[in-house]
Design a protein around this ligand. Structure first.
Ligand SMILES: Cc1cc2nc3c(=O)[nH]c(=O)nc-3n(C[C@H](O)[C@H](O)[C@H](O)COP(=O)(O)O)c2cc1C
Length: 371
């Protein structure tokens, strides 16, 4: 048995987790067309819980119908969805796991009715983004905050152990932060204080509803890694403004979903040096923040996580793609088999998801059919 602190119980606000590994939010493409939980999605979450990960963060769940990003995405926009979500959290808890819900709105990248937060032609986005309809009015920002608060109530009613606000990768909250997207000239645009306003207001409103003990996290870009996008300095300044509004931890990511090699899910993590590709930013954030930091992005081996824990760069370690391939990866490591994750970071897992077959490791399937 490895004796590392990685595999020992750790506290995240009011939650005691059995270890420091987190399943980072991963769109599974397994919900119904209306965003309801399916038995396959429950089975997938249970496999993760049984596989030993300390905390599961759900795939991004849309807080309002027009905020949906991808087909078969989980929804939390309607009270009618709560029963299914409750079945999922009950199943995870029965399997010894913990689960947060990630709340999201896709903004520019919404599937149907795109809502832009600033006028901007986005045709250079590989066809991913729809042409924005209009700049969100202040009234619509109020409605947006209301949608998050309503979703937070549903999250609690559904038995989630906490909430993560998705403010990374170019979705709506990330668009507010990013000067590339946010060209507003009112109190929600311009200075970093203004670009963080919607976060601070939404977090405070959610906190008022969920109470002091309920974990509220945010996933945020350390940098957009894009010309004219959010910089590390600005991101750090944004987080420092958000923490007093009621944040219990941050998950540090980076890049935009349009970003190719600098996307949040970078390809070809072939050496320990390429692992944990936001580690330098994590160090800078940890140096000035007094909330726990979850690091995501290319973590593939316990040794790398171990060294980052030991030198104080991060407190928890989140993975997405490795747990698609090996839902029981943490159990494998816990039992002493410390070989790196088998995931080769080729991103083929997105493909079946987009075809309506649910996200899974295509590379593993191909290897199995060849042998
Ligand atoms: C299939 C797939 C779906 C994803 N869905 C989400 C999501 O819903 N929310 C989110 O914040 N990040 C999402 N991501 C990004 C991951 O959470 C993670 O930040 C990124 O893949 C880097 O971690 P990794 O190297 O462990 O995969 C997704 C990634 C993949 C591969």
């Amino acid at each position: 048995m490895p004796s590392s602190a990685l595999f020992e119980p750790a506290t995240l606000h009011t939650l005691t987790l059995r270890n420091r590994f987190v399943r980072s939010a991963t769109w599974e493409g397994m919900a119904t067309e209306k965003g309801a939980v399916t038995s396959r999605l429950i089975d997938t979450m249970v496999a993760l819980a049984k596989g030993g990960v300390g905390l599961i963060i759900s795939g991004h769940a849309y807080v309002s119908p027009e905020g949906q990003a991808t087909p078969w995405q989980l929804g939390i926009y309607d009270d009618a969805l709560v029963d299914g979500l409750r079945q999922m959290t009950d199943a995870v808890h029965a399997a010894g796991g913990r689960i947060l819900v990630q709340l999201a709105h896709a903004g520019h990248f919404a599937l149907e009715k795109a809502i832009a937060i600033a006028p901007r032609v986005v045709s250079d986005f590989d066809g991913l983004a729809k042409t924005p309809r209009h700049e969100l009015s202040v009234q619509e920002i109020e409605e947006l905050k209301g949608a998050y608060v309503a979703a937070a109530r549903r999250a609690q009613a559904a038995g989630f152990d906490g909430i993560e606000l998705h403010s990374a990768h170019g979705y709506l909250f990330s668009q507010f932060l990013s000067p590339w997207f946010n060209r507003r000239t009112d109190t929600y645009g311009g200075s970093i204080e203004n670009r963080t306003r919607v976060h601070v207001e939404t977090l405070a409103a959610m906190r008022a509803v969920v109470g002091a003990d309920y974990p509220l996290l945010i996933k945020i870009n350390c940098s957009d890694f894009a010309d004219g996008g959010l910089t590390e300095e600005e991101s750090l300044s944004a987080v420092r403004r958000m923490v007093p509004a009621g944040l219990d931890a941050i998950e540090l990511s980076g890049g935009l979903l349009t970003g190719g090699k600098l996307s949040p899910s970078r390809p070809a993590i072939t050496t320990p040096e390429k692992e944990a590709y936001f580690r330098q930013a994590a160090r800078a954030f940890k140096a000035v923040l007094d909330v726990p930091l979850i690091l995501v992005g290319g973590i593939r081996s316990p040794e790398v996580a171990e060294s980052l824990l030991a030198d104080g760069s991060a407190d928890f370690f989140a993975m997405s793609r490795p747990l698609i391939r090996e839902p029981d990866l943490v159990n494998r490591w816990t039992s002493g088999d410390r070989r790196p994750a088998q995931c080769i970071s080729d991103n083929l897992c997105f493909r079946p998801g987009m075809m309506g077959k649910g996200v899974y490791c295509l590379t593993k399937e191909r290897m199995e059919t060849q042998s």
